[in-house]
Design a protein around this ligand. Structure first.
Ligand SMILES: *Cc1c(COP(=O)(O)O)cnc(C)c1O
Length: 384
């Protein structure tokens, strides 16, 4: 059976060029970047070169970028690090549709006396910049609003929010894991103080991420030890992962327009076909979204069973977000955009990538209506 991967928001395949770039660093180039000898220097050169490439990619300076184990760790360092550095300030602002790496970190801080405002979003998932402005108090230490949502693809007005934070003297962090490599990012123009990104969402390896920390922003490190990464993240660097991350960013930069056009075209085709199914709709904004993201709802059925049935015919999709699909509560993102739990249960996320084809999309458009009507016939959720 041919398998079709349409879950690129969860993770992506490692690009062959990325794998090739990483291989020597799993083998003969095994040095520790902190060592003085030639083995160490080889690793140090690779580390410096990768940092150079990735910092240029978002218009940051070399020393403004630290490597981490991924998006989750970057979010944790940014939020907890800022909270700990905030002295008497104890208020954080975020949104209701953030990734759990942000939301659960904020919940954790609430247990230690921090106050968190979870901003509401509109029906497309947009955070209103005015709401951020209104929520800022003299106790606010940090605002964390994602650049693009992993579930519904909505792209937030980060530049405006950054402007408001800068003017108010409040730190602004953005989780850009879903946008990094897909749409242009410029930390200076966008008024960003801290930014998280992850390699495995852009055809790089799992277990490598970065956190941009603007020069002059003093947050506290969470990892203590040898003082790696400018003292912000101790621990011997994951050189193969970092080299792979830089290669993935190079590819994404070189192909950004091409891949964006390709994925946008396929996603529109997919949406047009899928929305022929009665009682279905697209979640998020029709235009202001990540190119490959298509998030649907089908009334009267469970997203879980849709995903299982698609998997049986070789199509990899998801419902809610990968992290929450194990429990039965409807997605916090879909309820935040105003869906009733009953409707939010029937969600299906298809996220396209550079290697998906028109044939892949045609296959899903052909097969999905039958699966939906079959499930509706046996559904306990109302319509027969
Ligand atoms: C995947 C994802 C993360 C987590 O990144 P990891 O590298 O898997 O830890 C965080 N935020 C968003 C928006 C994501 O999509």
């Amino acid at each position: 059976m041919k398998r079709i991967y349409m879950d690129h928001a969860a993770t992506t395949p490692v690009a062959p060029e990325v794998l090739k770039a990483m291989m020597p660093f799993f083998g003969r180039k095994y040095g520790n970047a902190s060592s003085i000898h030639s083995f160490g220097q080889e690793a140090r050169d690779a580390l410096d070169n990768s940092r150079e490439i990735l910092s240029r990619f978002i218009n940051a300076e070399f020393e403004e970028l630290i490597f981490t184990s991924g998006g989750t760790e970057s979010d944790n360092i940014a939020i907890i690090g800022a909270a700990l550095a905030g002295k008497e300030k104890n208020h954080i602002i975020t949104s209701r549709i953030e990734h759990h790496a942000v939301l659960h970190t904020c919940k954790f801080l609430e247990k230690y006396g921090f106050k968190v405002t979870y901003l509401a979003v509109d029906r497309y998932g947009f955070v209103k910049p005015e709401d951020v402005e209104k929520a800022i108090t003299k106790n606010t230490v940090l605002v964390s609003i994602m650049h693009a949502n992993n579930e519904i693809g909505t792209i937030e007005p980060v530049r405006e929010i950054g402007r408001i934070c800068r003017d108010a003297g409040v730190l602004f962090h953005t989780d850009a894991v879903q946008s990094f490599g897909k749409i242009p990012l410029n930390v200076k123009k966008m008024n960003i103080d801290m930014l998280s990104a992850s390699a495995h969402k852009i055809y790089g390896p799992k277990g490598a991420g970065l956190l941009y920390i603007r020069n002059g922003v003093a947050i506290k490190p969470l990892m203590h030890g040898g003082g790696h990464e400018f003292g912000m993240r101790s621990g011997t660097e994951n050189i193969p992962g970092i080299v792979g991350f830089a290669k993935a960013a190079e590819l994404a930069g070189r192909n950004m327009d091409k891949w964006r056009e390709h994925e946008t075209r396929l996603r529109k085709m997919l949406a047009r076909g899928v929305l022929e199914i009665p009682d279905s709709w697209l979640n998020g904004h029709p235009e202001k979204r990540i190119p490959g993201n298509a998030s649907f709802c089908f009334r009267f059925i469970e997203g879980e069973s849709l995903v299982v049935h698609l998997s049986m015919i070789g199509v990899a999709a998801s419902t809610g977000s990968a992290c929450s699909s194990k429990d039965l509560r409807p997605s916090h993102v879909l309820t935040a955009i105003g869906l009733k739990p009953f409707d939010a249960h029937g969600s299906l996320r298809l996220t396209l990538g550079k290697d998906n084809t028109k044939e892949d999309v045609d296959f899903v458009i052909k097969e999905l209506p039958g699966i939906v009507s079959k499930l509706r016939k046996i559904s306990p959720m109302g319509r027969k």
